[in-house]
Design a protein around this ligand. Structure first.
Ligand code: FAD
Length: 472
């Protein structure tokens, strides 16, 4: 197993692979993990210095059931299967998930009239447990809801999950099971050939028999490297507000609006870290790097959030962020096998890629087989157990036995999020250590709380220097 971030790539047979997966977002990492079950030489290649550094780090973190997907689509099937697969894997790997259930709230007569149709749609998608709630039932379940809520559709099974741990768990298990991970390694050119495609990167050349494009927002640009122009990705920005942990008691379920033409709409939801999230917006842009938030976007969210849970607006905002969905103008994923090129494109994974990731990976294995890849027999993956970042599960600072054994887990450094020295050390000692402060936050929550590192930043920087030395 190897993880590289700097220096020239390996050369000779070490740089020859059966499959290279380009893009280490949640989708690419899931695909690499699925391939690792087979006796193949596999590399996962990522332009950024960390896994999950693109859209996969900035979403609403819901493990969707797929109840509202367009029935009969690939997305509907893969989200339904992905929900089941990721639910099971999360338990095994220690990924925090809370099955809070969702309430789809109707605020006017038109929306109320739409609820039975949504229940039927859910049924066509295989979800038979939704239930219509009256205004009174709804208020009993969500006492802080704003005035004017007329009814709701309850959707059991919708869950909140940690998106960072999910991606990292896939990548860690892939690496432990033999996949090479090359970070800071953008693929700039592809010279197609038989039996080898040559992938030209800033750090050298890799050769592969089969190729998977899991480039998210850049899937169209990567397709163009192989002279394919099947779709165009339009970044659809989603801005979000994260409220402080004092807001957590205001919301018990994932509160969804009745969906409109631009997608799932603005939701209010608890997070697994104990905060409350409000968003996302849906803005079609031209710029694939426009991950900043805007004053208008956030003001619009506050206005909508104030209607859903008015008391939320009295709470402090801990963070704001934005992510870009890979919209392609089609209400389905754009997954395709190109057997003549021994190439698979996994595109248009807009707003459900986290939920569908494990099922998408299985689907891609099938597409690779259609391209002539012989998977060979299956073998078990190396086990993985991730550090817990979820508030609903035991955290190290409360684990007396662990602290007795390793006192650094009792030494809190980030007081807002209660992150200990031990967790920071463990992050740097892990299979895929962080490349910077954001990567450390996604592995430990350090600097992610209400002070955003104002009080702990210097100490965390010093510890990162100290523990990072060993990791380099
Ligand atoms: C606001 C918002 C809310 C969302 N909410 C949810 C939700 O609640 N639940 C859910 O299931 N999904 C949700 N999603 C969708 C989900 O986040 C995405 O579907 C998923 O993250 C897509 O993962 P990916 O791996 O395809 O893309 P990415 O995470 O973007 O990964 C693609 C990677 O490819 C790399 N790359 C690109 N080009 C190259 C190259 N040439 N060489 C090497 N590397 C390259 C990039 O650097 C990037 O890291 C949401 C998305 C947004 C934006």
């Amino acid at each position: 197993m190897s993880v590289t971030r700097t220096g020239p790539l390996p050369s000779g047979p070490e740089a020859e692979y059966d499959v290279v997966v380009v893009g280490a977002g949640v989708v690419g990492c899931a695909i690499a993990r699925a391939l690792a079950r087979h006796p193949l030489r596999v590399a996962l290649v990522e332009a950024a210095s960390d896994v999950g550094d693109g859209t996969s780090k900035a979403n609403t973190a819901i493990l969707h059931t797929g109840f509202d997907a367009a029935p009969g689509t690939l997305e509907a099937r893969l989200v339904r299967e992905g929900h089941r697969l990721l639910g099971a894997f999360a338990g095994e790997a220690g990924i925090p998930v809370e099955p809070l259930g969702a309430l789809l709230v109707a605020w006017d007569e038109q929306q109320r009239a739409a609820l039975p149709r949504l229940a039927e749609k859910a049924e066509r998608n295989g979800h038979r447990t939704t239930r219509l709630l009256s205004a009174d039932e709804l208020r009993l379940r969500e006492p802080h809801l704003g005035p004017g809520a007329l009814a709701a559709l309850a959707v059991p099974g919708e869950s909140v999950i940690c998106p960072w741990t999910t991606t990292l768990a896939y990548a860690t298990q892939a690496v432990r099971s033999g996949v090479d991970l090359h970070l800071d390694c953008r693929v700039e050119k592809v010279r197609t050939g038989d039996p080898w495609h040559r992938l030209v990167t800033r750090r050298g050349v890799l050769r592969t028999r089969h190729l998977v494009n899991a480039c998210g927002l850049h899937a169209d640009a990567f397709d163009a490297l192989l002279d394919r122009r099947d779709f165009t990705v339009t970044p659809r920005r989603g801005q979000l507000l994260v409220f402080d942990k004092f807001a957590r008691d205001l919301v018990r379920h994932i509160l969804l609006p009745v969906p409109g033409p631009l997608g799932k709409g603005v939701l209010v939801s608890p997070t697994v870290y104990g905060n409350v999230m409000l968003g996302p917006t849906a803005e079609d842009l031209d710029d694939k790097t426009a991950t900043g938030t805007t004053a208008e976007g956030l003001a619009g969210l506050r206005e909508q959030g104030g209607r859903i849970v008015p008391a939320l607006l009295d709470e402090e905002v801990t963070a704001v962020y934005a992510g870009l969905r890979a919209a392609t103008g089609q209400e389905d994923y754009r997954c395709a096998a190109h057997p003549a090129l021994r190439y698979v494109t996994v595109g248009g994974i807009r707003s459900t890629g986290l939920s569908a990731s494990l099922a998408l990976a299985e689907h891609v294995l099938g597409l690779l087989a259609d391209c002539g890849l012989e998977l060979g027999p299956e073998r078990p993956l190396a086990p993985v157990r991730m550090p817990n970042l979820g508030e609903a599960f035991p955290r190290p600072y409360r684990d007396a036995e662990l602290i007795a054994r390793e006192p650094e887990f009792g030494m809190i450094v980030c007081h807002c999020e209660r992150v200990t020295r031990g967790e920071i050390r463990a992050a740097y000692a892990s299979d895929i250590p962080p490349a910077g402060p954001d990567g450390l936050r996604r592995r430990t929550r350090a600097r992610g709380g209400r002070c955003q590192g104002h009080f702990c930043g210097a100490e965390i920087r010093a510890l990162s220097e100290e523990y990072g030395q060993g990791a380099r």
